[in-house]
Design a protein around this ligand. Structure first.
Ligand SMILES: NC(=O)c1ccc[n+]([C@@H]2O[C@H](COP(=O)([O-])OP(=O)(O)OC[C@H]3O[C@@H](n4cnc5c(N)ncnc54)[C@H](OP(=O)(O)O)[C@@H]3O)[C@@H](O)[C@H]2O)c1
Ligand SMILES: *[C@@H]1O[C@H](CO)[C@@H](O)[C@H](O)[C@H]1NC(C)=O
Ligand SMILES: *[C@@H]1O[C@H](CO)[C@@H](O)[C@H](O)[C@H]1NC(C)=O
Ligand SMILES: *[C@@H]1O[C@H](CO)[C@@H](O)[C@H](O)[C@H]1NC(C)=O
Ligand SMILES: *[C@@H]1O[C@H](CO)[C@@H](O)[C@H](O)[C@H]1NC(C)=O
Length: 311
């Protein structure tokens, strides 16, 4: 559910770049767990002209408060170092990481206690995602269907144990289809706090969004600007003429329009940038609203042959 009030991130209440206060809204993903609606990714390939550490540090210093990393990216130590270098207090940051997949109940506890937390240099994470639903990487990206269900359930149980131990605040998944999310709901009578999937103008599965909304799972968008990690060559880029024309009407950039299209639909973008100007653009993308007509227009740009490859 979207919070009714626009809450400023704790600590640095507003961005200091405009005469207008620019709070970043959040969404309550689990009872009492508020997640800022714009995340900074830390896959190395997302940051083309700077180090992961410098990109994150800049984001935090400009007022961004939500970071996304993963065991598989190998960047948890960079994220930990950037947090320390930023001067921003750990508790003001919403920190997400991912365990590689359905690795099992004890294995996930060992990994989080012995690797994840020490690498990040923190004693808890805000959100921990199961990165992929399939045990076997030959099933990559998601061809496993029901296969591996027991491992997914066992791994969720391990995460639930870690939550009880105070080591993670909320549990979610990534690249799950609706059926795999339903397994969790049936087994644990709770929905994943988040499902992070590929989502941008050229690839957005509205069936999945509707079913996540129904169970109360917040959708997060990776490759939210159809950037470096997007599959294939996305048919709608930031240079798309239709997107440019629309952005011009709002006096905003095409990136700001794409991010706002996502956040107005309740989807939380994960993006990344080395550019200060782009980072400020991303962080100020909440200061305007697209009309309903323009949201529908952008929805309808979806190419007919799009396949949501991860769901
Ligand atoms: N769960 C999963 O399986 C999964 C898979 C893939 C990715 N992810 C996560 O998603 C993150 C983001 O993925 P992505 O890199 O593909 O994201 P993206 O948002 O689609 O693309 C990022 C690119 O957009 C550019 N950009 C950012 N803000 C901009 C702006 N205001 N104007 C113009 N260009 C802008 C940046 O280039 P400049 O540096 O030139 O600004 C950057 O290279 C990853 O780092 C990772 O954390 C998760
Ligand atoms: C990893 O952590 C677990 C606690 O979850 C502990 O019992 C185990 O000894 C640790 N293993 C290693 C190799 O450090
Ligand atoms: C969209 O998601 C639904 C629910 O998970 C799935 O059944 C469907 O196959 C997906 N569509 C595409 C094009 O991948
Ligand atoms: C349009 O945006 C630019 C750059 O952010 C700003 O300097 C300018 O004042 C804006 N123009 C209008 C008409 O709002
Ligand atoms: C929103 O922020 C942009 C900078 O990203 C600026 O150009 C624009 O004038 C701002 N609009 C409002 C309504 O504050």
């Amino acid at each position: 559910m979207l919070s009714t009030m626009w809450r400023a991130p704790i600590g640095m209440a507003v961005l200091a770049v405009s005469t207008v206060a620019l709070p970043i809204p959040d969404v309550e993903i689990a009872t009492g767990v508020h997640m800022p609606m714009l995340a900074f990714g830390s896959y190395r390939g997302s940051l083309t002209t700077c180090s992961v550490q410098d990109g994150i540090k800049q984001w935090l210093q400009l007022g961004g408060r939500h970071l996304d990393t993963a065991h598989d990216y190998g960047t948890e130590p960079d994220v930990g170092a950037a947090i320390k270098a930023s001067g921003v207090k750990r508790e003001e940051i919403f920190l997400t990481t991912k365990i590689p997949g359905p690795i099992g109940r004890q294995a996930v506890k060992d990994m989080v206690m012995n690797q994840t937390l020490p690498k990040l240099g923190v004693d808890y994470v805000d959100l921990l995602l199961i990165h992929f639903p399939c045990v076997d990487q030959t099933d990559f990206p998601n061809k496993c269907g029901e296969k591996g269900k027991q491992a997914r359930i066992d791994t969720w149980q391990g995460l639930s144990d870690l939550r009880s131990m105070g080591r993670i605040r909320a549990i979610g998944v990534s690249n799950y289809n609706a059926e795999q999310v339903a397994e969790v709901v049936a087994e644990f009578k709770e929905a994943p706090a988040v499902n992070q999937v590929q989502w941008h103008l050229a690839d957005h599965n509205e069936t999945l969004r509707a079913s996540m909304r129904k169970v109360g799972t917040t959708l997060e968008a990776w490759a939210s600007l159809a950037g470096p990690t997007a599959f294939g060559a996305p048919a709608i880029s930031l240079g798309d003429a239709r997107l440019k024309a629309l952005a011009q009407r709002y006096n905003m950039t095409t990136a700001q329009v794409e991010l706002r299209w996502e956040t107005q639909k309740g989807v939380v973008p994960v993006t990344a940038t080395c550019s200060k100007e782009h980072a400020l653009g991303d962080l100020t993308s909440f200061n305007f609203s697209l009309s309903q007509e323009d949201v529908a227009y952008l929805d309808a740009l979806l190419p007919a042959d799009t396949h949501a490859m991860f769901v």
